[in-house]
Design a protein around this ligand. Structure first.
Ligand SMILES: Nc1nc(O)c(N)c(N[C@@H]2O[C@H](COP(=O)(O)O)[C@@H](O)[C@H]2O)n1
Length: 156
């Protein structure tokens, strides 16, 4: 059975990057993965001044709106690095928060799909044929955590 998720208040909402699960990365605390991901778009760009505003955004929706502003210049390598940046943040989220780690592990080998009607890169898009990179990232993180647990048990 494929598991579809999207909004935080829907089933499996903890898989959304908008879920309220903070992460520490390189000594900085980010309130959600979405805050971190949107801010990384501007590292090293001439519009890097937006980063503290994204960091301070009251909600992930606000962080996303700031990061999606089309008049600002993204870092040049964004398309090359964004999937690895996302993977690092999502892995950190599920290593940090044991309750949602259990939810992820309990999905077994089910296919996970971000059911975004508007995003066919991170999600499946309106026709459900999109690339689903967030779902793929979650499945890869699930596998990595499973392997880490079986080797060391360090997250117990
Ligand atoms: N608009 C919106 N609402 C949500 O609740 C979402 N989960 C998403 N998807 C996330 O948006 C991010 C991609 O943003 P960019 O298009 O690269 O600015 C990514 O975290 C998706 O999972 N969107």
């Amino acid at each position: 059975m494929t598991i579809y998720f999207y909004k935080v208040w829907q089933p499996y909402g903890c898989f959304s990057n908008f879920s309220p699960h903070g992460i520490h990365i390189q000594s900085t605390y980010w309130p959600t993965v979405e805050h971190y991901y949107q801010a990384q778009k501007f590292v090293g760009s001439i519009d890097a001044a937006i980063i503290p505003l994204i960091h301070a955004a009251a909600t992930p929706e606000e962080a996303a709106a700031l990061g999606r502003c089309s008049t600002r210049q993204l870092r040049r390598d964004w398309d090359l690095v964004k999937t690895e940046i996302m993977r690092e943040a999502v892995l950190k989220k599920f290593i940090t928060h044991s309750d949602i780690r259990e939810v992820l592990l309990k999905t077994g080998d089910e296919i996970l799909v971000e059911n975004s009607p508007t995003d066919s890169f991170w999600g499946c898009g309106a026709n459900r044929a999109g690339l689903n990179h967030l779902g793929k990232t979650l499945m890869s993180v699930r596998e990595e955590i499973r392997n880490l647990l079986s080797l060391t048990g360090i997250y117990e």
